[in-house]
Structure formats: C-alpha cells, structure tokens
Write a protein of this length. Structure first.
Length: 407
C-alpha cells in the first residue's frame, strides 16, 4: 500500500473535537436533489456529466438589521443561503430556537419555507425586521428533545450513490461548499492518537451502527450489552490497515461518555481511536423526496481532508469521470465512511458504506449479529487489493464479504 502524500488543502484550523445519528433502513427511491443553483433528479438513466470545474463565483452578501427584546442586532447572510440558515443565525444571536421564531417585516406575507434561498426573497442590504420569540432554557423541555438523543426520529433515508454524476451538481453547490469551508475554519481537532503514515482512514458512525443507543442512555442495559457484537474484534482486525475516526451526531460530552463506557478509549485494546468528531462539524442540506422538501444533516468528509494534508492525494480513478476527477482537491481514494444512514453520505456518496442498523440489543437475534465480522473481512480485502477506493463500489459489500476468508 502506498503512503499517503500531501496536497495543498484549504487552510488548516488548529486542533479539539467534535459527532452522528441514525435511523432504520428503508427501501431506496428515485431522488430529486435540489440546490441553490440546481434541481436534479437522480435516476439510473441520468448520466449527463457535470460541467468542468470553473473559477469560484464570488458570493453576494446582504446585511440585515433586526430588533429582538428591545435590542438591535445585525447579521450578514449570503444569497445562496437558505431561510433555514437565516433562522440558525438568529438563534446564534438570540438563543431563540427556529420553532419559536416569529420573523416580522422581512417579507410581505408569510415567510417562505426553510429550503427557499435568500436570493429569491429579493432582499436589499440594510433591510430591517423584527424577531419575536422565547429564548431556549426559559421553557420546560420535552425529554424526547434532549440533545444527547441522536437524530433517529425520521426513518426516511436517501441513496445518494445511485448516480454520482447527477449528484455532483448538488455536491458542488455554492452554499454547501461554503459550509464546508466554514466548518473547517471553526473546527478544532484533538488528536487522541497520531495518524500513521500509509494507513487508510475509517470514518465510523456510532449510534445504531456499532451501538444500540436507547438502552445505554436509559440505563436499561449495561454498556457492554449495548455494543454491537464483536465490536472490539472488528476494530482490532482492521487497525493494521486503517486509522479510526468516530463521527457522531451528538454533543462531545455524550460522545466521550459513550466511548469510555464501551471501552473504546482507555480500555487497553489492540487498537487506538485517532480522533473523534461531534455534531459541531455537521450542517443541514436540502433535498427532495416524493416531491417534498427534505432537510437532513450531512457528514462532509472534505472537512476532515482539509485538516489533514496527508489525506489529500489526487489519484486517477477508472470509475471517476475526468470532469469530476479534475475538480477533486481531496483524497477520496483513502477514506471509507461506515454509517447506518445513507443520507449522511450526501456530499461523499462514493466513500459511503451503509451498514444494517443495530437495535434491540436485548433480543437473541441481535446478540447473534455478526455484521462486523463480514465488514472486517471486506475492509481488509479492499485495503490490500485496491490502491484507490474510488475504484470500489461499496453497495454490494455484504455479497463480497461472504466470499472472503475469516479476518
């Protein structure tokens, strides 16, 4: 296996941490992908390649002024942003959550839905409006909404790997690319164990991928019974080939607690976790399902690659059309992302490997789960056979794993 080499990524940020969620697996459907600039339907027949890479188009920014609780505030927002992004900015300034925000005087009539772009609101710089709403913390919270519970309420999932060429318009959306840059600048990564030269990178989901979260957070089962069977054996088997990142859509305090209780850190195992990421470096995107807007969070691997130049190596790929390969500034060739939610792969569909969700840990059939044994065989196989992971289609990984010898 060749050593990882360096490229010039986006500017690095300093190094402290930061998370994932889960849902049940559902049948995949044809997907409409909507961006600030594009509306694309992903089907097997849609194979038109995206336009070649172009110079970055400068964004137009708008300054808005508003009052809340008798106090003046100001903010800047890009025309490629969504109404959802505006609400997030308002929350960051006032601590009023979006569901309680009443935005008055910004537009005539009812405020457009969250997926609408700011540019379509035809606002002018200096526009003034009012915000009404109760800040977070001044109400009785529903226990089901506590932040440590993962995002598993919405079981709908999306297959973004159905047509990478059609999805590339969504991947290169101006707003999404800016969100990646913003997350890169804000993120501080605390290295638990140094990355090793020449190793691939496993980005591993936590909740319902390797852990049944519900009985752990409720205390219904001891931690070791909530872990997916043969978790430690899996990590020990793949560790000679992969550095390990755990990315979870929870806050850092709960992520740290879960890893410690599972014995994944400080447990004296024959593997090390290199670093962890929490929900702070995830952001929401908008797609369409069954003709309706669908908002969900994503894990953009580019944020990781931007922090670690040694993971940025452009390698020609037989599966990657030249028009896409020319625009790649990251190393998709060294990274695999294992998650039970396909929608988390939205910005990196080629690197995603979808695993069956692990739930109901107390039941006999769950204790007999051996999904991680097959995953270990598969990951060792591709690490030793394929120099470039872009040449591998992970969609049928379970079928391939069945024909491989034990890890």
């Amino acid at each position: 296996m060749d050593s990882l080499q360096s490229l010039n990524p986006l500017p690095n940020a300093a190094g402290s941490l930061a998370s994932t969620g889960s849902a049940t697996q559902k049948p995949q459907e044809t997907i409409n992908i909507e961006t600030a600039e594009h509306a694309t339907t992903i089907t097997a027949a849609d194979t038109a390649p995206p336009p070649a890479a172009e110079a970055e188009i400068p964004e137009k920014w708008i300054h808005l002024s508003f009052t809340w609780s008798g106090k003046p505030f100001g903010l800047d927002i890009a025309e490629s942003d969504r109404v959802d992004d505006l609400k997030a900015l308002l929350q960051s300034l006032t601590d009023v959550p979006p569901e309680r925000q009443k935005i008055l005087g910004l537009v005539k009539g009812k405020l457009p839905p969250d997926e609408e772009t700011i540019g379509n609101l035809k606002l002018t710089s200096g526009k003034k409006f009012s915000l009404v709403g109760t800040p977070q913390g001044q109400e009785i919270k529903d226990p089901s909404q506590l932040e440590f519970l993962p995002d598993v309420v919405n079981d709908l999932d999306i297959d973004f790997s159905a047509n990478p060429e059609a999805a590339s318009a969504y991947i290169h959306d101006q707003r999404n690319q800016r969100k990646i840059r913003e997350c890169t600048k804000k993120l501080e990564v605390n290295i638990i164990h140094p990355l090793r030269e020449g190793k691939r990178l496993l980005v591993l989901d936590l909740d319902y991928t390797i852990l049944d979260t519900k009985p752990l957070t409720s205390g219904a089962l001891p931690p070791h019974e909530c872990a997916r069977p043969r978790l430690h054996e899996f990590l020990e088997a793949i560790y000679p080939h992969y550095d390990i990142c755990v990315w979870s859509q929870t806050s850092w305090i709960w992520l740290e607690t879960k890893l410690a209780e599972l014995g994944m850190i400080g447990g004296g195992r024959a593997y090390e976790i290199s670093f962890v990421l929490d929900k702070k470096c995830m952001f929401s995107v908008f797609s369409r399902r069954d003709g309706k807007p669908y908002k969900h969070h994503v894990k953009a691997l580019q944020i990781i690659w931007n922090h670690f130049p040694q993971l940025s190596v452009p390698v020609p790929s037989s599966r990657c059309p030249p028009s896409i390969a020319e625009t790649m500034t990251s190393n998709a060739s060294n990274t695999i992302h294992v998650d039970d939610l396909g929608r988390n792969f939205a910005l990196n569909p080629g690197q995603g490997l979808k695993i069956t969700p692990f739930k109901d840990a107390r039941l006999p059939q769950s204790r007999a789960d051996r999904e991680l044994d097959g995953l270990a065989r598969y990951m060792i196989h591709i690490a030793t056979v394929h120099q470039d992971f872009r040449d591998v289609d992970h969609k049928n990984w379970q079928y391939v794993a069945r024909g491989l010898p034990p890890a």
